[in-house]
Write a protein that binds this ligand. Structure first.
Ligand code: ARG
Length: 286
């Protein structure tokens, strides 16, 4: 007989993990390459393989379809190599699409392109006044929006979003240039109000923000530097299935221990642009 360790589940304190359907927007990396450097992952001198990027992206797309998600596509635009990172295209909640206003001129035209798509899809588009990079820096958990700043989205955009979304917005300051968007440092595993659960990389935040995370999410999964360094946190969860970087093996183990079903995918080519699973995924909430 084996002596099992008492888990949260056995003691009945852990909520049952249940998948809830997702509707997402993605962009095929037809024009993906690295020709400028706006984050430490990008090196224009290193060659990229667009057909490999497309093949790897296709696996992510097929994974979402296999999970029953409703996946929408925006047409990629030549000359916008980062458009594949759809998370940056805006933040969508209650049928309202708060548009993106990019930090760097290289990505600026993506803002209007995504807003055009939202409009055509029937969303109530709100043009941003403040610099923000959409769901790259805004993560909904429960009824609260966690909002990153420090490298990309300006803290004024947090106030703008709070007004537009009529939600509490909690500012978190990022301090490590490798984790320049909030979705590279925090993963929302369960966004259901009342059972909010996240994972994060403690060293990505300043002391005050870390204190906020510790207080709000005492049972969070803490991810190690090795897994964070393959953008393991840049994952997408439906409350049960968590699509993650296949190289984030310790995070995968922790997810299983917490009752989730991790699904690994390899987006090594898109990592050359500084993005992973979540960056390629924008959630559409009607
Ligand atoms: N090359 C892109 C940039 O630096 C990568 C964006 C990654 N997106 C994200 N949601 N973290 O802007």
């Amino acid at each position: 007989m084996s002596t099992a360790i008492q888990t949260d589940e056995q003691s009945g304190t852990r909520p049952e993990r249940r998948p809830t359907g997702r509707t997402v927007l993605m962009c095929r990396p037809e024009h993906f390459t690295v020709v400028y450097r706006i984050n430490p992952w990008m090196n224009p001198a290193e060659p990229t393989d667009t057909s490999l990027a497309l093949a790897q992206w296709q696996v992510l797309y097929d994974t979402y379809l296999g999970l029953g998600y409703d996946v929408h596509l925006i047409d990629p635009i030549p000359g916008l190599p980062d458009m594949v990172y759809a998370a940056n295209g805006g933040f969508v909640i209650d049928g309202i699409a708060y548009g993106a206003r990019f930090t760097y001129p290289e990505r600026a035209p993506e803002g209007p392109a995504y807003m055009d798509w939202f409009r055509a899809a029937g969303f109530d588009v709100r043009e941003p006044e403040e610099i923000n990079e959409g769901e790259g820096d805004f993560l909904l958990v429960g009824e609260t929006i966690l909002a990153g700043t420090g490298f990309r989205s300006h803290s004024h955009s947090h106030e703008e979003l709070a007004r537009i979304a009529d939600r509490e917005v909690v500012t978190l300051r990022l301090v490590d240039p490798s984790f320049y968007h909030l979705d590279t440092a925090v993963a929302v595993l369960d966004a259901t109000p009342g059972q909010e659960h996240v994972a994060y990389l403690p060293t990505a935040f300043d002391a005050a923000s870390l204190a906020v995370l510790r207080e709000r999410f005492p049972d969070a999964i803490l991810v190690n530097e090795t897994d964070a360094a393959v953008l393991g946190l840049n994952s997408f969860s439906d409350g049960y299935n968590v699509v993650i970087a296949s190289r984030a093996t310790d995070f995968e183990r922790q997810l299983r221990e917490h009752g989730y079903h991790p699904i690994g995918v390899d987006l090594s080519e898109l990592l050359l642009g500084g993005g992973g699973v979540k960056c390629c995924t924008l959630e559409l909430r009607r």
